[in-house]
Design a binder for this molecule. Structure first.
Ligand code: ASP
Length: 364
């Protein structure tokens, strides 16, 4: 097989777009903003697909909308580094041409997903970071902005709170689990407890965490506080009417991260992946365990091996928990238009667009 030739799947191709706005405990006060944000992203991305545009253009358009919305941990309004800056990571991948572009640790770009697209189309490389990525984007027409333009007071307060907790020796329990206690312990610090009610589940076509997963829905005994608030990396996966898949993920990373830290979101096969021969995926959650499991590729490989995306999504989140105590969420779309959503966090802002209409929700 010649891998530089685009691979497409047999007809019919039903244009389909899935988006997420992060998996975490979305506070009630922020629920409407999350729903509105994912809906606008769906509308914008699906308009591209509806006029015969490519899956790649659709995911870029959808993620650009989410980056522009300060509700989410992407673009303006992102979580801050430990020294109070916004540092952004983004990746998108074209599953037909098997091309990818990524940027990381950029501080002066309003829309890192657009810089990633430039890397995909215009660079012989796949991944540019820091000032080099910014200079490349600028040389290809993107404006450089002050980092302060990306920083919200809301996030300064959130960082101060996190650093107060840190100084007091309190664990970061943002993404907690219980199985391992290693040097990346924030995701492994808290035991699971209880189960989600059936009436809190989402659409039939979406998937909840596996029933035998001891880690699911442990948050129900938790009271709301800033460290349980939303964790809002954004992503999109799409199938266009030519049968091409694409995926995109964009993030401000984790709260109080060390400057220079890169998470799963912009790493191929971790927080994002697309191949017409398998599936398209975008993940959210604590990046360290997702990276260690190369979870995006793990999920798409399962689809390639015959597992339905709705099941593979659930299995991926169960694997994340059972292997490393990790928590997060996933959107997964196969070349035949079948799809899956799953998360083992209290909530995940999600959206689905097909010719049958647009649907959004905060839990699956
Ligand atoms: N996965 C992202 C990271 O670790 C965070 C998130 O999904 O919200 O950088």
């Amino acid at each position: 097989m010649l891998y530089h030739i685009p691979v497409t799947t047999p007809s019919p191709h039903v244009p389909t777009l899935l988006v997420h706005g992060g998996a975490w405990a979305i506070p009630a006060a922020d629920a409407a903003a999350h729903q509105a944000g994912v809906r606008l992203a769906l509308e914008t991305g699906y308009a591209v697909l509806s006029r015969g545009g490519s899956a790649l253009d659709a995911v870029e358009a959808a993620v650009t909308v989410l980056e522009d919305d300060p509700t989410f941990d992407a673009g303006r309004g992102s979580f801050l580094t430990s020294d109070g800056r916004v540092q952004l990571d983004a990746l998108l991948m074209d599953g037909g041409r098997m091309k990818a572009g990524a940027v990381a640790c950029v501080e002066h770009l309003r829309n890192p997903i657009q810089a990633a697209r430039l890397v995909l189309e215009q660079s012989p490389h796949i991944y540019l970071v820091g000032p080099g990525a910014e200079q490349f984007a600028h040389a290809h027409g993107m404006s450089l902005i002050d980092n302060a333009d990306l920083v919200l007071d809301r996030e300064r307060e959130r960082l101060a709170h996190a650093q107060t907790r840190q100084a007091a020796g309190l664990a970061d329990i943002t993404f907690s689990g219980h199985l391992l206690h290693d040097d990346k312990s924030p995701e492994t610090a808290f035991p699971p407890t209880s189960a989600l009610d059936d009436d809190e589940r989402g659409p039939e076509s979406a998937a909840a965490p596996m029933e035998d997963d001891p880690g699911e829905h442990w948050w129900k005994n938790k009271s709301s506080s800033p460290e349980w608030d939303s964790h809002d990396t954004v992503g999109a996966v799409a199938l266009d009417d030519h049968g091409n898949l694409a995926a995109a993920t964009s993030t401000g990373g984790t709260l109080n991260k060390t400057p220079g830290r890169v998470g799963d979101s912009s790493l191929i096969g971790c927080g994002c992946y697309a191949d017409n021969l398998s599936a398209a995926v975008s993940l959210t959650g604590w990046g360290e365990p997702i990276m260690k499991l190369v979870l995006g590729k793990w999920a798409t490989d399962r689809v390639a091996n015959g597992t339905a995306p709705e099941l593979a999504a659930r299995e991926a989140i169960s694997y994340l928990y059972n292997r490393l105590g990790g928590h997060g969420g996933i959107i997964l779309l196969g070349p035949d238009g079948r799809f899956g959503f799953a998360h083992n966090t209290p909530a995940m802002a999600w959206g689905l667009a097909t010719p049958a209409g647009l649907h959004t929700g905060l839990t699956i």
